[in-house]
Design a protein around this ligand. Structure first.
Ligand code: ZN
Ligand code: ZN
Length: 453
């Protein structure tokens, strides 16, 4: 009897696949997270592994690499990676790390049965079109306990920095947001905005050590390109901890180091003298001092996270790159051969999970790259549109929304038009959600229970 291992955090998907496997005369095993899945794969050496790309603790890319590295020790299974998105780059990466198949959910029963029968599998699901000097050691680090907690925007742009006269108001630097609360300094992403933040920290702390955590959502260049210019990382008395989840092809440290290799940059990451630690996260909930952090995979090519940070003055959610699952998959250019009702059920459940993740958040900073008209030709590029973002914020009952990750083609006037439209959408629904466009240099003071300004 052949054995299949299903690794997926969606209990409904596991149950339905389990039944189908039993009906086809297979023995079925289940794991709800990746680490457990890998252990079971090593122990039971199944003939087939069906694993969701974004399963928690050990994602599908890591699973493939781990299993394929054991060629000499264990019998090699067929590995099928599944995804709710179907980004072309994910498909390429999946095959590159050793997956035999990459299938887009929801899966049709016939597709699975073909797989079990060993037939040549026709990948019937279509995918979206591709878019695209050391001060002396001092005492303990200064912690700004006596300051009001705040969020400050240092880079609000997506894709590439666009400084110039047409972006003076919003700013041209790529993603970087500073959060100070409960004695901690947390930096969200290391786009080009982190350069000015580093200079500001160095001025503020003078010869006292700085202790910061940098949370990386994903390793697309607009989210890490500023790190080589982060001045505090060159001071051996400072402590810089970089937290994130593994990149699609290589580990986090390897991806961050690559952009500092000699053809691109004169100083390698190893040569940076500060106390730098790169930590790959496995858990979706962890603490930074008194701050509680939750993470969630969002809809963007590769592995991309959104974070929600709970402070004593309310919570802040940061999702710089995300596209609505339902809008993406229901768009004409992203057709699927599966039943439409089934597709809508699957995608709305994915969107609903995000609504629950954001429920009651005080400050929501989220990808609003496109207006509704532009979105029609850019569905499947992994970015949000204003209409969807406002709808999401209202459903989650967020208190304050910041449009973020402005498109490099949008000048200040266009961002202001999009902001006006977002506010109109809110007032048309008689809601009180406060909406603003994230603007470089803007400081948002956090006050528990009130909108922050
Ligand atoms: Zn981005
Ligand atoms: Zn990205």
């Amino acid at each position: 009897m052949k054995t299949a291992l299903i690794i997926d955090d969606d209990a409904t998907f596991r149950r339905e696949t389990y039944r189908l496997l039993l009906g086809a005369g297979w023995r079925a095993l289940e794991a709800e997270e990746g680490e457990q899945g890998v252990a079971m794969a090593m122990q039971h050496q199944p003939d087939l592994i069906i694993c969701d790309l974004l399963v928690s603790r050990f994602n599908g890319f890591q699973l493939c690499r781990t299993i394929r590295a054991q060629r000499q020790r264990i019998r090699q299974p067929m590995i099928v990676l599944t995804s709710s998105s179907g980004y072309p780059t994910d498909r390429l990466n999946a095959l590159e790390v050793g997956a035999d198949r990459y299938l887009v959910k929801p899966l049709k029963q016939e597709t699975l049965l073909q797989l079990l029968e060993g037939d040549t599998l026709y990948e019937t699901d279509t995918v979206p079109k591709a878019g695209q000097p050391a001060p002396p050691p001092s005492t303990a680090p200064v912690t700004p306990m006596n300051r009001d907690p705040f969020v400050r925007f240092w880079g609000v742009r997506g894709s590439i920095p666009v400084p110039g006269p047409s972006t003076v108001l919003m700013g041209g630097n790529t993603s970087c947001v500073e959060l100070r609360a409960d004695g901690e300094i947390v930096i969200l992403d290391a786009g080009s905005g982190i350069r000015n933040l580093g200079l500001s920290l160095a001025r503020e702390f003078q010869d006292r050590p700085i202790d910061v955590r940098i949370l990386i959502t994903h390793t697309h260049w607009d989210h890490i390109q500023g790190f080589p210019f982060f001045i505090p990382a060159y001071n051996p008395n400072n402590k810089v901890q970089i937290l994130g989840y593994e990149g699609a092809r290589k580990g986090l440290l390897s991806t961050l180091s690559s952009q500092m290799e000699s053809p691109y940059f004169p100083v390698s990451m190893r040569q940076m003298p500060s106390n730098i630690e790169v930590k790959e996260l496995r858990e979706f909930e962890f603490s930074i001092g008194q701050l509680r952090v939750q993470a969630i995979f969002v809809n963007h090519p590769g592995l991309c996270l959104g974070y929600r940070i709970y402070t004593s003055a309310g919570s802040v959610a940061y999702l710089p790159d995300h596209e609505s699952y339902q809008r993406m998959r229901s768009h004409a250019g992203v057709a699927s051969t599966v039943d439409q009702a089934e597709l809508m059920k699957h995608t709305s459940a994915k969107d609903q999970k995000l609504v629950e993740f954001l429920r009651g958040v005080d400050v929501l900073i989220i990808d609003s790259q496109y207006n509704d008209e532009e979105y029609k030709t850019r569905a499947g590029w992994g970015h949000g549109c204003v209409d969807d973002v406002v709808a999401l914020a209202l459903m989650a009952r967020a208190r304050q929304l910041f449009l973020f990750h402005h498109d490099p083609d949008h000048d200040d006037a266009e961002v202001l038009r999009m902001l006006a439209w977002a506010r109109e959408l809110v007032s048309m629904q008689g809601e009180s959600l406060v909406v603003d466009a994230a603007c470089e240099g803007h400081k948002v003071t956090l006050k528990a229970g009130q909108p922050a300004f």
